[in-house]
Structures are given as structure tokens and as C-alpha cells.
Design a protein around this ligand. Structure first.
Ligand code: ADP
Ligand code: MG
Length: 245
């Protein structure tokens, strides 16, 4: 438990620092990138040189990716509002974003939304960040296509809701499963290893939990469980407007 706290705290510090450094890092990188590109297209550049330029560009893009992910973690409080949220609406709004990508990647998103889910106050844009990350990882786990099932469930006895993301992707072995929430752990060539640590941090902050089960070659399920605080459940009042995004 103590270890968990240290990990979360570490990530928070990384996030806060990066918010102020991100621009400072990105500006010179943009300049470097521009010059390398110029050298790359130069007429008398040899194949030998071009090979190195492309590696340099890739690595610059990787740094940009990491900086971008760190900025996501450190998103300012401005878009971190505590609002009345309906998770089914939120999921529907998010999946809309993937309409085009679905057919392109031969992936089907299946929604199984529990209509019994009550609306409750929460940090909706933070949850959106988590859900988008889950979907992104699922897409990346299915290079040859497949399906993502997103199921919501009201767990009445715990006054909690569960959102399960199940993909039919490559799955994970035990070793990977044990490491996925460590910052910078990635099995992807262009991964940053920051997506899941961010998800864990956000959900832990909200007093929830994430459970994962996976089988190599079969797929993976992430279950996000959120407790509905007693005073945040206003679903009895049908007139209150719910916010999707
Ligand atoms: P990244 O996506 O940049 O690699 P994440 O923190 O999002 O970083 O994920 C860490 C690692 O967890 C991934 O590199 C991958 O090995 C594993 N992983 C996460 N989600 C899935 C999934 N749905 N299916 C298989 N592996 C996954
Ligand atoms: Mg990821």
C-alpha cells in the first residue's frame, strides 16, 4: 500500500513539473525537428545520412509523445470540474469519437449500457481521459481488428458503478500484467508507458479501483469501479440535467 502511495505521489510530481517544462522542451525540439527535416530532403544527402535522420526524427517524435502524455497527466484544474455525470452518456459521447477509426481498423465497439446506472457528481473530464486511454490501448492491442465491449453496471449493494472494457486483442502474460501500472513501462515501439499509470492515479484519487484480467492471444478486460458518494447521488431528482462530456 505504501509503495502504491509513493508511485502515485511520484507520478503527480512528474506531472506537475512537466506542466511547466513541457513548452520549454517542445520549442527547441520543434526547431531541431525542422532542421533535421531540411537536411533529410537536401539533394546531396546520402542514404546513409537519411537513415540516421529518420531515426533522429522518430526519437524526437517519441520525446514529443512523452511530453504530450505528461501534459495530459498535469492537465490544469480548469477542465477538472466536479459535475453531475451520466456514465452511459459519457461512454456514448466518447465512442462517437471512434466512428471513423472503427472501420479503418476493422474494430467493432459494442456498448452494453446498464440503464439502472444513476447519475452522480464526479470529475467527468478526468474519467473521460481514463476511458479514452482504455479504448486507445484496446485499439493498439488489436492490430488485425477485433471488438471492444464497453459495459456499464450499477452495483447496487456497494452503491458503485463498474465500467468494463473488454477487447479481443493480444492479451498480456503474467509478467506484463504485474508491471503495467509502472510509469514508463511499455511493450510498444512508440508507447510512452504513461497511459495506465495516469488511469490508476485518477481512479485512485476518485476512491475507485481498476481490476484487470488478461489471457495471451485471447484478450483483456479492464474493470473500473467507482463508488458513488452518498451526497453525490442526485438521481432521485429526474429534472437535473446530466452532463455527458
Ligand atoms: P503505452 O500504451 O504507451 O504502452 P500504457 O501505460 O497505456 O502505455 O500501457 C502499458 C502497457 O500495458 C502496454 O505497453 C501494453 O503492454 C499493456 N497493455 C495495456 N492495455 C492493454 C490491452 N488492452 N491489451 C494488451 N496489453 C495492454
Ligand atoms: Mg496506452
Amino acid at each position: 500500500m505504501e509503495k502504491e502511495m509513493i508511485r502515485t505521489e511520484k507520478l503527480r510530481v512528474i506531472g506537475e513539473l512537466s506542466a511547466s517544462f513541457a513548452h520549454e522542451i517542445r520549442n527547441p525540439l520543434t526547431t531541431i525537428r525542422g532542421f533535421i527535416q531540411l537536411m533529410d530532403v537536401k539533394e546531396n544527402a546520402t542514404d546513409f545520412e537519411k537513415r540516421y535522420y529518420s531515426v533522429i526524427l522518430q526519437e524526437i517524435d517519441r520525446i514529443n509523445g512523452i511530453v504530450g502524455d505528461l501534459m495530459d497527466i498535469a492537465k490544469p484544474n480548469g477542465d477538472n470540474q466536479y459535475v453531475l455525470s451520466n456514465l452511459n452518456n459519457l461512454i456514448s459521447d466518447i465512442t462517437l469519437l471512434y466512428d471513423g477509426q472503427e472501420s479503418m481498423n476493422n474494430i467493432k465497439i459494442i456498448k452494453k449500457l446498464d440503464t439502472q446506472i444513476p447519475s452522480f457528481f464526479t470529475y467527468t473530464s478526468k474519467l473521460k481521459q481514463v476511458f479514452i486511454n482504455m479504448i486507445k490501448n484496446a485499439f493498439e492491442a488489436m492490430p488485425d481488428g477485433g471488438s471492444i465491449t464497453i459495459a456499464t453496471k450499477f452495483v447496487e449493494q456497494d452503491n458503485a458503478v463498474e465500467i468494463a472494457f473488454t477487447d479481443t486483442g493480444i492479451g498480456m502474460d503474467e509478467e506484463t500484467l504485474a508491471t503495467i501500472n509502472k510509469p514508463f513501462f511499455t511493450t510498444k515501439e512508440t508507447g510512452t508507458g504513461l497511459g495506465l499509470p495516469m488511469c490508476y492515479m485518477i481512479i485512485e484519487d476518485l476512491g475507485g479501483s481498476i481490476n484487470v484480467s488478461s489471457k495471451v492471444g485471447e484478450g483483456t478486460t479492464f474493470v473500473v469501479k467507482l463508488m458513488i458518494a452518498e451526497d453525490s447521488n442526485t438521481s432521485q431528482n429526474g429534472n437535473i440535467k446530466t452532463v455527458g462530456l
